[in-house]
Ligand binder design. Structure first.
Ligand code: SAM
Length: 389
């Protein structure tokens, strides 16, 4: 018998919509539709649970359940109060509300969250004489209010904490990359799990760890909890089955993952994080200077997240431009036959890598707009081609 399906929206970062859609199709989603920083699809409860457990490039998985127009805050309050909230929670449950607004009428998302909360708790007080309390950190039910112009969409947030919190990273370096972005970059790079993957400026090791989890098909959410586990309709048997299936789908892979950094502390932190993620057996860690390194295999993929010259300065170099020039020279001289991807928020410095990018993707690292650029490093003359600037 077919299980009932419903609309689900997975949120992501700008630039990762297509990799997220591909992940969703592989998980069995139907009616997959790309939005900005999100993907809409249909699925049943099993897919909802699997989405949270297995998606690498999603930040949140939402279940929209109500949509209406509101022209002002009184209308918003009334429409929210008209919903039967006993479908989703009881006065004993705790509640949190996240709001995002893209609207000229509703300009303060915090105020929208407050009005929505008032409408819900007022309904409970009227009906039962008691009201659910607010817990912003670990609520039983987390709601999402999204307003675009006059259209209000209410969703249940099935994830709880954002999905980049895989809970393997306790130790942090100075500018760690978020796990969703790191996984997205590995998927965008097209690394197949068979070739060598090198992160020569690994910091806290996020790119290598996410690559190892991807290649070993380890569910990124296997060590954490999710919002839906506290819902009144939570199906613990289905959840156990979903987790068992994901565990059984784990595999070994043949590619090598090499992570290194100039800073010995970063290497130590990366190793600790990889152990916690259960992937250290797939990875090699070493301390070393990228500018003194060379390829140990004939082909492979490098992913570099160098300092941008804003949050971090390159070691032993005050000027970011010669540093990026040297990255290009190092790649040309010592990594012929490899593919290299560089992500940076410093567009000016990127121009000085001195190689022609074969792909460019706009992404964000936190609030910083970045480019992820691919370079194909050929033997001999072709690799010497200068970028026209
Ligand atoms: C932006 S951070 C990388 C963050 C990393 N992607 C993560 O997820 O934590 C840049 C890293 O490059 C390292 N680094 C800078 N110059 C280096 C060099 N010449 N060789 C190796 N590592 C270097 C720094 O120590 C720093 O850890």
């Amino acid at each position: 018998m077919n299980k009932p399906t419903f609309e689900i929206v997975a949120k992501t970062q700008f630039g990762l919509e297509e990799v997220l859609a591909a992940e969703l199709k592989a998980l069995g989603a139907t009616d997959v539709e790309l939005l900005t920083r999100a993907v809409r699809y249909r699925g049943d409860h099993a897919l909802l649970y699997r989405s949270n457990l297995c998606l690498r490039s999603a930040l949140k998985v939402l279940v929209p359940f109500e949509s209406f127009y509101a022209h002002h805050e009184v209308q918003l309050y009334k429409r929210v109060r008209d919903i039967d909230w006993s479908r989703f929670l009881t006065p004993r449950h705790t509640l949190a509300i996240d709001a995002t607004t893209h609207s000229e009428i509703f300009t303060h998302s915090h105020y929208v969250a407050l009005k929505t909360k008032d409408a819900i708790v007022d309904q409970f007080r009227d009906r039962f004489g008691v009201r659910p309390s607010v817990d912003v950190e670990t609520p039983d039910v987390r709601l999402n209010v999204h307003i675009h112009d006059k259209t209000v969409t209410l969703s249940l947030d099935s994830s709880g904490n954002t999905l980049d919190r895989r809970s393997y990273r306790l130790a942090r370096t100075e500018a760690p990359m978020n796990e969703v972005l790191a996984a997205g970059i590995v998927m965008l790079s097209g690394w197949n799990g068979e070739d060598t993957l090198i992160d020569p400026m690994c910091g806290s090791g996020t790119i290598g760890i996410e690559a190892a989890m991807l290649a070993a098909n380890i569910a990124p959410g296997k060590r954490r909890e999710f919002g839906f586990e506290k819902w009144p309709d939570f199906d613990s048997e289905l959840w156990q089955k979903t987790k068992d299936e994901a565990q059984q789908a784990e595999r070994r892979f043949s590619g090598k993952i090499i992570c290194s950094d100039l800073d010995p502390k970063a290497v130590e932190i990366s190793e600790q994080n990889a152990k916690r993620a259960g992937v250290s057996r797939f990875m090699n860690f070493r301390q070393g200077d990228f500018f003194e390194s060379e390829a140990t295999t004939e082909t492979g993929t490098l992913i570099l997240n160098p300092p941008y010259g804003e949050r971090l300065q390159p070691e032993n170099d005050d000027d970011i431009v010669p540093y990026y020039k040297e990255i290009g020279n190092q790649l040309k001289r010592h990594y012929a036959g490899h593919k290299a991807w560089i992500i940076s928020a410093n567009m000016e410095a990127l121009k000085h890598v001195g190689l022609r990018p074969t792909k460019k993707v706009k992404l964000y690292n936190g609030s910083l707009e970045c480019r992820l650029q691919q370079y194909e490093l050929f033997e001999g003359k072709k690799g010497e081609k200068k970028e026209e600037i």
